[in-house]
Write a protein that binds this ligand. Structure first.
Ligand code: NAD
Ligand code: ZN
Length: 251
């Protein structure tokens, strides 16, 4: 592992443009369960079914109770971990430009990353199904499920459910950055949810090196990962940042 970290650091400091793609795994050590992998919600129910827009529209109360309510309680108190902070360090060292995240937890921004593309929106905001009013979820009474807007409509989280389109700007910018970067750091994603999972493929097709940080193999690992670092993000990132620092001129 030590050798792999050194090679990864070398690649990062010599890169022209580095982009990170993160998934639920980077927030596991902040206490937020992922969908897949050990301890994932997948073991309890199928998120593809429950987190599908049709399921929500058919029965908002059940989806709020099963998925959103618990998730919100966890998200409201979660703090960034060493994985998120490591990405901020890489940005401040001038090595990393942008984080594309599939997460809806806002932890990259809370940690201090300045350019974050939220591919799947953010749980901190709700949107009314009827009048489209957007409101911070902290300003809504969540003791009554599903929560209601003043117009009588039902609030939904302002995030992307399965079966919905990715916000246009987030998708286009992510595709452009994936095509333009020469190194992509893929952290804590099972690389199974489309179209996010195709970003590393776009990067690879355009000549980028793929660094993968994940304790478990993914469909990318054998196929396109140049440097698979099989470890938890919060454990690995501080070591990687230290190795990058060593290679940069002091000050
Ligand atoms: P996923 O749940 O499908 O996969 C999680 C991946 O993280 C797995 O490959 C697992 O091996 C890996 N992992 C587990 N612990 C890790 C650790 N400590 N360090 C690094 N990697 C670790 O996640 P996904 O690919 O992001 O897809 C799930 C979708 O569900 C996302 O699109 C996202 O919108 C949503 N989601 C978000 C959150 C969140 O905001 N934190 C949490 C759950 C699900
Ligand atoms: Zn409304």
């Amino acid at each position: 592992m030590a050798d792999l970290i050194q090679r990864t650091a070398e690649l990062l400091v010599n890169a022209r443009q580095v982009v990170a793609l993160t998934g639920a795994g980077i927030s596991v050590e902040s206490g937020i369960p992922p969908f897949r992998g050990k301890g994932g919600l997948w073991e309890k129910f199928d998120p593809m079914e429950v987190a599908h827009i049709d399921a929500f529209l058919n029965d908002p109360e059940t989806v709020w109770n099963l998925l959103i309510k618990d998730m919100k309680t966890v998200l409201d108190t979660a703090r960034p971990n060493a994985g998120h902070i490591g990405l901020v360090d890489l940005e401040r060292l001038g090595v990393l430009q942008t984080v594309i995240t599939q997460n809806v937890d806002g932890l990259h921004q809370l940690a201090g990353s300045s350019d974050v593309i939220e591919f799947h929106g953010n749980f901190a905001w709700l949107r009314c199904l009827d009048c489209s009013q957007r409101i911070k979820s902290t300003e809504v009474d969540l003791t009554r499920i599903p929560p209601h807007c003043q117009c009588g409509g039902i609030f939904r989280p302002d995030c992307v459910f399965f079966g919905e389109m990715i916000p246009h700007e987030a998708l286009v910018r992510s595709q452009q950055l994936s095509a333009a970067c020469d190194v992509m750091l893929v952290i804590g994603t099972s690389a199974t949810v489309q179209p996010a999972a195709s970003m590393p493929l776009i990067a690879k097709d355009n000549g980028a090196d793929i660094i993968e940080i994940n304790p478990e193999p993914t469909p990318l690992t054998a196929r396109i990962s140049d440097l698979p670092l099989m470890s938890a993000a919060a454990r690995l990132m501080p070591r990687l940042v230290a190795a990058v620092r060593q290679r940069l001129p002091a000050g």
